[in-house]
Design a protein around this ligand. Structure first.
Ligand code: AMP
Ligand code: MN
Ligand code: MN
Ligand code: MN
Length: 289
């Protein structure tokens, strides 16, 4: 199998190892059914699903890249940095991810206290019922429980009313630094990607600082076509990729059936004038026999 710029690459999604709803094996099957040819699993702050995902991918005839999505604090907001094509057993990467995960338990208890203060009892225990991996308890698990318990109609409504800045269940948190996250990815032989840049609410100056610092620390790629971008977002970040000399990535950010708008493998192609990140990672890919 050889890769091309038109390969159906889906390089961003989540399993039950973080806040997704499917096992790595279920995702591999879904990816094949969705027409994916090159796949990466990018759980939040954890690579525990990568080995199983690779094995399942190769069984389904898919090419595979290791992946992760690291939570980073930058200019007072959370930025997600995807790493691709690294050695998922690299000790410094594993330690950095473990340190990043560490604060999630106490944070979740504080989130539940904030919700209890507005009359929603039992959110911590409720969220835990939705968690595959307790070390990765996230806002998504709280959101699923709040819907199940009848407090909101759907997950986006939960985020709007309860889980975003200034709302009762929001707890500010210090994640990894941008330079540490990039050092872990690069130390393990991978490429770093700014995930879904249109999702951040930065001023133009802050966004410029993000891209400038990312480049200064050796960051090489940006997600242009993602389930989190509109067509106009993709057009805008295609220009930004060219302006900053960044490779371009593509990924659905699929989380769970019935919850994610974008199915694995269903995104449009990258704009033709961009350099796809997977063409630079061909020797890091595991290919099916
Ligand atoms: P956490 O890492 O615990 O802060 O949770 C972040 C996760 O929440 C993201 O990876 C998304 O899966 C989900 N998320 C964030 N914002 C929203 C939103 N507005 N609507 C639905 N899901 C969201
Ligand atoms: Mn998520
Ligand atoms: Mn993300
Ligand atoms: Mn994601």
């Amino acid at each position: 199998m050889t890769l091309s710029p038109l390969t159906n690459a889906d390089l961003h999604c989540h399993s039950v190892v973080s806040d997704g709803g499917c096992t790595p094996e279920e995702l591999a099957l879904r990816a094949r059914e969705g027409g994916v040819q090159l796949w990466a699993l990018t759980d939040h702050d954890e690579v525990g699903g990568v080995a199983a995902a690779r094995q399942a991918a190769l069984q389904q005839g898919l090419a595979f890249l290791s992946g992760v999505e690291i939570s980073v604090s930058f200019a007072g907001q959370v930025v997600h940095i995807v790493g691709l094509g690294f050695d998922e057993t690299h000790p410094a990467l594993l330690q950095g991810l473990a340190d990043t995960r560490d604060g999630r338990g106490p944070r979740a208890r504080e989130m539940a206290a904030g919700l209890a203060a507005v009359g929603i009892q039992g959110a911590y225990e409720g969220a835990l019922q939705h968690v595959g991996n307790p070390a990765l308890i996230s806002r998504t698990h709280f959101a699923r429980w709040l819907v199940e318990a009848g407090h909101c109609r759907d997950v986006p409504e939960v985020f709007r009313r309860f889980l975003t800045e200034g709302k009762p269940g929001f707890v500010p948190h210090r994640w990894a630094s941008l330079s540490d996250a990039l050092a872990w990815i690069h130390g393990a032989g991978g490429v770093a990607v700014i995930a879904h840049p249109a999702r951040y609410k930065f001023t133009p100056n802050e966004e410029l600082a993000l891209f400038t610092d990312f480049k200064a620390h050796g960051g090489q790629a940006v997600e242009v076509v993602t389930g989190s971008h509109s067509a106009s977002d993709a057009a805008r970040y295609a220009e930004v990729a060219l302006e900053f000399g960044l490779l371009a990535s593509r990924g659905s950010d699929f989380h769970a059936p019935g919850e994610s708008r974008t199915e694995l493998g269903s995104l449009p192609d990258l704009p033709g004038r961009l350099q796809p990140v997977w063409m630079a990672l061909q020797d890091r890919v595991s290919y099916p026999s």
